[in-house]
Write a protein that binds this ligand. Structure first.
Ligand code: ADP
Ligand code: MG
Length: 720
């Protein structure tokens, strides 16, 4: 039999060329794809209720004989109405459909039909509007009634009923032909069901126990393949010797002493973790977690400095240009380097070269360390300057380079990159991280995030990634008070903001959209900027920054805000990550109900960065219960980790981390948050398999499956 992975869905009964396009919309092109299109949820429609016992207002499954039908038009708007009378011997109900004249042909007197729908009472008689139905016959099994019914993701032009029928045919004829890549001994050891039995039961489970077994099997496979990829990649990274950085305690104390503030206890511990990893020859892969404002940046910078002092180069990658530039400037602030205009350092090396220094990296540091040469790679660099900067980096004339994704471009080459920082790592994909690290000889890698990753998820995503946690904020931070107001109170809120700003603080006003849209009637950043600067904020200096404006202009405005040449900054979610302006202590978020929980917390994290107290005003009129809860949660919650955890549970790992985490997107049934036992078992088996057969030469199907699913993890692994 031809493998279902090689048969187009088009050839399934009921599909054909035209409808196969609908399947493509669902990401399904082969029969195997279809078998792996799993239900989103299930509905239990096993219980059949006699017509006489149907309860109005509730959903029921019922069956009976067609005893009459009639079509008419509604009096007022001439809609087509089909009414079919159903009797089960004791009682009667009318099933009603609007505007579906073709259904008339589907029902004939005497037919036995099963229905599922919401029961109503209309003019003293029972009725059910647009129920799902199935005509009973000897040849065809019930798919949409009388059983646990799968509910699939749909695309426009496709119904559940149709999709169930097609999938049922595919399961019946092709499930047995799907290649089962799970090694037989693993399957037996874990007492897992066979694949074809599981595919059958995950689509059309006979009972809950069968559904759970099927889910366990399918989840196991997903975890197992993902874990093998993660482990192989990890082994591959570890296998190659990294740089054993040479650092003395004295140098470190010197570096820390130059900072404008003492480290918190948590920062101190994290710095020790990082530096002790750096000293060892194994490449570091460490995650630094800490709530917004906990001070992750300085930890990373001390690592960079350590790399440079040992004679190597460091790179800092951030998700936005604004943030990259901020890091570039903050670094100079922290370590007392005079910034002298755009990228001067990179171009002319005026900061001094390392030439002529004693060759031992340790002695170099002793008294007066050589000046640091830093560079910023951004899109506003002129071609000539960019080329000069790149040349300096590859010649080793720049010690630390800051930038966005631009750093992973092919043109960027280092002389000796030994330390890599990836800020807001969840904004990057596996591949982007790998590309940056591949520019050095197994450099030490520090990834940072304010979105916490629970232990199990951490294992899933990274294998044995090491974790440092910043669980306290720098001392002397003012409190952030958060208030929720309705849109009606907006003008009062603007007035308050103006009042505070006049006393010397700066303010952010944040909008979910940029330009006004009449349809949505949302107050948009640029529209409100134009309006309010002429009214409430008259006499104050007001600026506007959003993601769709010219980058140079955005940067200029941001820098002016940083220098306090601007008092009130109108902005969008470009502000979300990382921006640090300690004098800004007021934030007004409009249409707050449109933001996610973590997003609101990230935004609010932009204020409260000094010893002064801060105020965050949320303007919003949530329409849903969930929206109201979200806003109330953000008003009362202080701990960003708790917020993020709640958000992670609400949205699930795939949504929460966004599209860039490819590995998570491949998990369809498996959920690392709820199926920890399955994950643990799969991890154990995956690691045992890799130990036995590191190149998977005896497990070609596994190898092919992971290469297909996780190319970004494995590109270099099998290349040798
Ligand atoms: P995040 O963890 O959100 O990236 P940052 O590294 O941007 O936080 O730090 C937030 C602010 O706290 C910055 O203004 C930084 O200079 C300041 N900061 C960091 N560490 C300390 C400290 N130990 N004492 C005082 N201020 C600190
Ligand atoms: Mg940060």
């Amino acid at each position: 039999m031809l493998s279902p992975s090689r048969i187009s869905v088009q050839y399934l009964k009921g599909v054909g060329p035209a409808r196969s396009r609908l399947f493509h919309n669902l990401g399904v092109s082969t029969v195997e794809d279809l078998l792996f299109l799993f239900p989103r949820r299930y509905e239990d429609r096993r219980k059949m209720t006699p017509v006489g016992e149907l309860i109005p207002g509730e959903w029921h499954c019922f069956s009976g004989q067609v005893t009459g039908k009639g079509a008419r038009r509604t009096f007022w708007n001439k809609k087509h109405v089909l009414e079919v009378t159903i009797t089960d011997g004791k009682a009667r109900i009318i099933c009603v459909w609007f505007n579906q004249p073709y259904l008339e042909k589907c029902f004939h007197e005497g037919q036995e039909v099963v229905f599922y729908g919401r029961i109503e009472v209309f003019k003293d008689r029972l009725q059910c509007i647009s129920p799902e139905y199935e005509v009973l016959s000897e040849e065809v099994d019930l798919l949409s009634t009388g059983r646990i019914v799968p509910v699939y993701p749909l695309t426009k032009g496709m119904t559940q009923r149709y999709l169930r029928r097609v999938i049922s045919g595919a399961v019946e004829n092709y499930a047995a032909g799907v290649l089962d890549v799970l090694p037989e001994d693993v399957r037996e050891a874990q007492k897992l069901w066979g694949l074809s039995q599981s595919l059958q039961a995950i689509h059309f489970p006979g009972d809950d126990a069968a559904r759970l077994e099927a889910e366990r099997r399918v989840s196991f496979d997903e975890f197992f393949l993902f874990q093998i990829s993660v482990i192989l990649r990890r082994l591959h990274i570890r296998k190659r010797p990294g740089v054993a950085h040479q650092l003395s305690g004295e140098d470190l104390r010197g570096m820390i002493a130059r900072l404008p503030f003492p480290l918190t206890r948590a920062q101190d511990k994290a710095v020790r973790d990082v530096l002790s990893d750096m000293r060892g020859p194994e490449p570091m892969l460490r995650l630094l977690q800490g709530d917004v404002g906990s001070g992750k940046t300085v930890v990373a910078f001390l690592g960079c400095l350590a790399a440079v002092r040992s004679g190597h180069q460091a790179a800092v990658m951030a998700p936005t240009e604004i943030l990259a530039e901020q890091h570039y400037r903050t670094f100079q602030e922290y370590f007392g380097i005079k910034a002298r205009g755009k990228n001067q350092e990179a171009r002319n090396g005026e900061m001094g070269a390392l030439d002529g220094m004693p060759s031992s990296p340790v002695s170099r540091l002793s008294s007066d360390p050589p000046p640091l040469r830093t560079a910023l790679l951004n899109s506003s660099l002129k071609k000539k300057d960019r080329e000069a900067a790149l040349k300096a980096v590859s010649a080793g004339e720049v010690d630390i380079i800051f930038g966005t994704h631009a750093l992973i471009e092919e043109a960027v080459a280092f002389k000796d990159l030994s330390f890599v920082v990836i800020d807001e790592q969840h904004k990057f994909g596996v591949k982007q991280r790998a590309l940056l690290t591949s520019k050095g000889q197994s450099p030490d890698v520090l990834v940072m995030t304010a979105t916490p990753i629970p232990r199990t998820l951490c294992l899933t995503l990274y294998g044995d990634l090491d974790v440092s946690l910043l669980d306290e904020k720098p001392a002397g931070r003012g409190e952030i008070k958060t208030y929720l107001f309705s849109e009606e109170q907006a003008s009062g809120a603007y007035g308050k903001v103006a009042e505070w700003v006049k006393k010397g603080t700066q303010a952010y006003i944040v909008y979910p959209v940029i330009e006004g849209s009449e349809k949505q009637d949302l107050k948009a950043a640029s529209v409100m900027y134009d309006e309010l600067r002429k009214t409430v904020f008259k006499g104050l200096s007001v600026g506007l920054v959003h993601g769709r404006m010219d980058r140079g202009e955005a940067r200029g405005t941001m820098a002016a805000f940083q220098r306090h040449e601007i008092d009130v900054l109108f902005t969008t979610t470009v502000l979300e990550v990382g921006i640090d302006v300690p004098n800004a202590n007021v934030m007004l978020i409009e249409h707050a109900e449109r933001f996610g929980l973590s997003q609101l917390h990230q935004l609010r994290g932009r204020i409260g960065r000094s010893e002064k107290s801060a105020v965050c005003i949320l303007l919003g009129d949530p329409v849903t219960e969930e929206g109201r809860e979200r806003l109330e949660a953000i008003v009362s919650a202080k701990d960003g980790f708790k917020i993020a955890e709640a958000d992670l549970k609400i949205r699930g790992p795939g949504q929460y981390f966004g599209r860039t985490q490819h590995g998570l997107n491949e998990l369809r049934v498996a959920n690392p948050l709820t199926q920890m036992e399955v994950l643990e078992a799969a991890r154990k088996e995956a690691s045992a398999l890799v130990k036995r057969d590191p190149l998977l030469s005896g497990h070609a199907p596994v190898r092919e499956a992971i290469l297909r699913r996780y190319p970004e993890y494995l590109e270099r692994v099998f290349a040798g």
